[in-house]
Design a protein around this ligand. Structure first.
Ligand code: ADP
Ligand code: ZN
Ligand code: ZN
Length: 797
């Protein structure tokens, strides 16, 4: 007898492989099962049920000929495939550049709810353990932990300190509403009810009256509230009313408040860009234009055009820009055709939006990174706004870049791909320079009234203030002046790289690595300065090696401290603070911005997240408290990041009729990133930065791969790191440079030691194969406790 066999990629956290497993399909399931569906299969010696994806079928073979006894699929979880052919092909393609197992890629394409039908709940009675690891709770979902935390839990489990329970999740995959309809009018009228059953009589009269005014559908909960559950049930059991469940969507409230919005008449540059895009050639576009030059208007009209052609579109924006302001612009143009995807939605809401897309109801998907996987058909345009933002790269497995996925999908659909930015990433701009992308320019502000603000640089070496660690007199005076005029002030504190480097307060000197041209990172635990690229280590100097000043010390303070300082200096000022701490709660980000917009505060003080929300007509001063911090990060992209951020902030001040001013405090006034941000001169910045990258063999001239190797035992992690380096050396050419192994900046977290290797290369035919070999090391039994992360083109170091 021959039987059909399914190939299933099984989601086993402890044992991963891209190889599908074969499972028999029973006669009952044979008619249901399709490629792209989720199934439950028995796995391992214990035959525990695990979730998996059907990725193919084998030609029917007789079981005798295979010689092995196959297990059978236990359950088919879907009525229709959750992954389509395009997505399965995309997963294959992604697997060539993303070095984590295929299952992680497949899961990334789906809303969370569909990936978690089984979860492990960890419980413990050991008080010290739940205090230390469980945030004080007694139970913990395994799936909510990151890889290293999971490793810790597995260890505790082996030691018998915690127990594990398997639970079915996602009971609430669909939100429904029960409603009642009149089944039989005659039965209603003739229903025998005793005169003493007051409530039954009341419901009978109610239904009869309501039915007169042509209503015959009632909300179940409403009727139960008014007449009791018992009485309603009686009418159902007598066949008078029938009870049905309808589905309600959870994420629709936002459509109600938005006014409609008309297309603007495009100016000549916008029109040229629009024409080029809809006439699309076979290459992506880079739409380069300063903030306010009308890029979004171009996106909206391109999308409108595609919808007219019966096509669909994806609009990606950085998570932080998914403000109501932004989404409302899309809803105003495209109404119910829009689906919104962002991290503020609950799992249930995300699932609803996903199904709205899959069913074809949504034509335009506006969302953050993961929206690039939206299961739209017939895509006409994919647009990535602020394409230089690092949030487009996922920093957990699978470590994909949305831009790469977009390129693949645009090709698959023959869709136009538009990358938009005022300050494109060097990688993107270099491709445009080589004509791999077509460059489109918007050089003027679309809204003529808004003047470009005046940007001043304050050399903090000359403006040291005895009264304040963070503010120069000039900035303080300026703030007071604006408040006196009842205008508003935005102050930005650059939090990246906080207190992690040291600087001379007299001359601005920051110690750098002699080998790498990268500032050294301060490690307070070991009292050393370390290079994160090559491992160079020195002690902390007590005097400045450059000017012998004693004022060399670590630099930086948190937003909260700056807020305290500011309210001491300007006791009258009303200050709003916006940072990770004040925006933790859902909707807090919007509340702070709208409160500031309503004039409830004079000063908005925040981290770089405020740069994206800056669109307040009454803001006439933007102050950057510390332009240097990002500059001194041990990251070769630190100049690029600083330039991008300052340009963005500067471009945002003075949006309306009042002229804006920008004051940038810095200890490095001559630094090209700061000078050129002041001038808003992307061109010159690009040239200088490319020069630097070429000299030091960084992207876009070289490609990079970072490997992070982790283990509980430091000797073991060092040993394995050297083994991996040897394996890479044996497989790669002489041209490839392998830096490290060195400890990660935070060398030990969650009881694991982390070491890193950095590969820099131009062309390596064997690289993918070598990296997969490294990845597979984690699956060897003796390496059970070894963790390896492979990050292709890392964005953060
Ligand atoms: P960007 O996305 O480049 O920051 P926007 O598309 O948001 O620019 O445009 C900035 C402002 O100019 C918005 O208020 C927008 O409505 C307006 N605008 C854009 N294009 C035009 C146009 N062709 N005519 C008039 N106003 C425009
Ligand atoms: Zn000095
Ligand atoms: Zn170095």
């Amino acid at each position: 007898m021959s039987q059909k066999i399914a190939q299933v990629i099984v989601d086993v956290p402890t044992m991963q492989t891209d190889k599908p497993f074969s499972y028999l399909i029973s006669k009952e399931l044979a008619t249901l099962i399709q490629i792209g569906m989720r199934v439950h299969v028995p796995f391992g010696r214990g035959n525990r049920l695990m979730q998996g994806f059907v990725v193919g079928f084998e030609v029917e073979v007789s079981q005798e000929s295979t010689g092995q006894e196959l297990k059978s699929i236990a359950e088919v979880l879907d009525f229709e495939p959750v992954l389509n052919a395009e997505q399965l092909a995309l997963a294959d393609a992604m697997r060539e550049t993303v070095f984590s197992y295929k299952i992680s890629i497949l899961k990334a394409m789906l809303p969370n709810l569909l990936n978690s039908s089984y979860d492990k709940v960890l419980t413990t009675e050991d008080e010290s353990i739940f205090k230390q690891y469980f945030n004080g709770n007694q139970a913990l979902h395994f799936s909510s932990l990151d890889e290293s935390e999971q490793a810790v839990m597995m260890k505790l489990h082996r030691e018998g300190k915690i127990s594990v329970q398997y639970v079915a999740q996602s009971k609430e995959t669909i939100k429904t509403k029960k409603r009642l309809t009149l089944a039989d009018k005659q039965k209603l009228d003739e229903l025998p009810i005793s005169a003493r059953a007051k409530k039954r009589l009341a419901l009978q009269t109610f239904l009869q009256e309501q039915n007169h005014v042509a209503q015959s559908i009632w909300d179940y909960t409403d009727l139960v509230k008014a007449f009791s559950r018992e009485v309603v049930k009686f009418f159902v059991s007598e066949g008078v009313l029938s009870l049905t469940e309808i589905e309600v969507s959870r994420a629709q409230a936002y459509f109600e408040t938005v006014a409609s919005d008309e297309h603007k008449v495009l100016n000549s540059e916008q029109a040229a860009a629009y024409e080029a895009i809809i006439d699309r050639q076979d290459k992506p576009f880079l739409l380069e234009g300063v903030t306010g030059s009308g890029k979004t208007e171009v996106y909206l009209q391109v999308i409108a055009h595609m919808i007219e052609q019966g096509k669909t579109a994806i609009m990606l924006v950085p998570e932080i820009s998914l403000t109501p302001l932004m989404t409302n612009r899309f809803i105003a143009r495209f109404g119910e055709h829009v689906a919104i995807m962002h991290s503020g939605l609950s799992d249930g809401e995300k699932y609803d939006e996903w199904r709205k897309i899959k069913s074809g109801k949504a034509k335009v998907v506006v969302g953050a990174r993961s929206a690039i996987f939206a299961p739209l058909h017939n895509i006409g345009a994919i647009i990535i706004d602020e394409e230089h933002e690092t949030s487009y790269k996922q920093d957990s497995n699978p470590r994909y870049h949305a831009r790469d996925v977009a390129i693949w999908r645009a090709q698959y659909h023959g869709a136009a791909l538009v990358l938009g930015s005022a300050t494109p990433s060097l990688e993107t701009r270099a491709r445009a320079q080589k004509n791999v992308y077509q460059l489109l320019h918007l050089t003027q502000r679309a809204n003529n009234q808004a003047e470009i603000p005046e940007v001043r640089i304050l050399d903090m070496r000359k403006h040291l203030n005895d009264k304040s660690a963070s503010f120069s007199e000039v900035l303080l005076d300026k703030i007071s002046e604006k408040i006196a005029k009842r205008e508003q002030v935005v102050l930005m504190l650059n939090r990246r790289g906080y207190s992690s480097f040291i600087m001379c307060r007299d001359c601005g000197f920051v110690p750098e690595c002699p080998n790498c041209d990268i500032s050294l990172t301060l490690h307070m635990d070991t009292k050393t300065l370390n290079c994160h690229y090559c491992g160079h280590t020195t002690g902390i100097p007590h005097t400045c090696p450059n000017c012998q000043s004693k004022k060399i010390r670590y630099y930086g303070s948190g937003t909260q401290k700056v807020e305290e300082e500011l309210s001491e200096l300007l006791p009258e000022a009303r200050i709003l603070r916006m940072d990770v701490d004040t925006t933790k709660k859902k909707g807090a980000h919007e509340r702070i911005l709208s409160s500031f917009g309503a004039g409830e505060a004079d000063i908005l003080l925040g981290t770089q997240m405020i740069a994206k929300g800056l669109d307040f007509p009454n803001v006439t001063l933007v102050g950057v408290i510390n332009a240097d911090t990002a500059l001194n990060l041990p990251d070769f992209r630190s100049s690029e990041r600083t330039f991008q951020l300052l340009t963005q902030v500067a471009g945002r001040a003075g949006r309306a009729d009042k002229k804006g001013e920008v004051l940038i405090q810095t200890f490095n006034p001559e630094h090209y990133a700061i000078r050129l941000a002041q001038a808003q001169d992307y061109e010159d910045f690009y040239q200088l930065e490319m020069d630097f990258r070429r000299k030091l063999n960084y992207p876009p001239y070289f490609y990079t791969v970072q490997l992070v190797i982790s283990h509980q035992d430091e000797d073991e992690v060092v040993k394995k790191s050297y083994e991996i380096m040897a394996l890479l050396k044996a497989n790669l050419s002489e041209q490839a440079r392998i830096l490290g192994p060195i400890p990660k900046p935070i060398a030990r977290t969650h009881n694991l030691y982390h070491y890193q290797l950095l590969i820099k290369y131009r062309f390596e035919a064997n690289l993918a194969q070598a990296l997969n070999q490294v990845l597979d090391l984690t699956q060897v039994p003796e390496n059970k406790k070894l963790r390896i992360i492979i990050d292709n083109e890392p964005q953060n170091f």
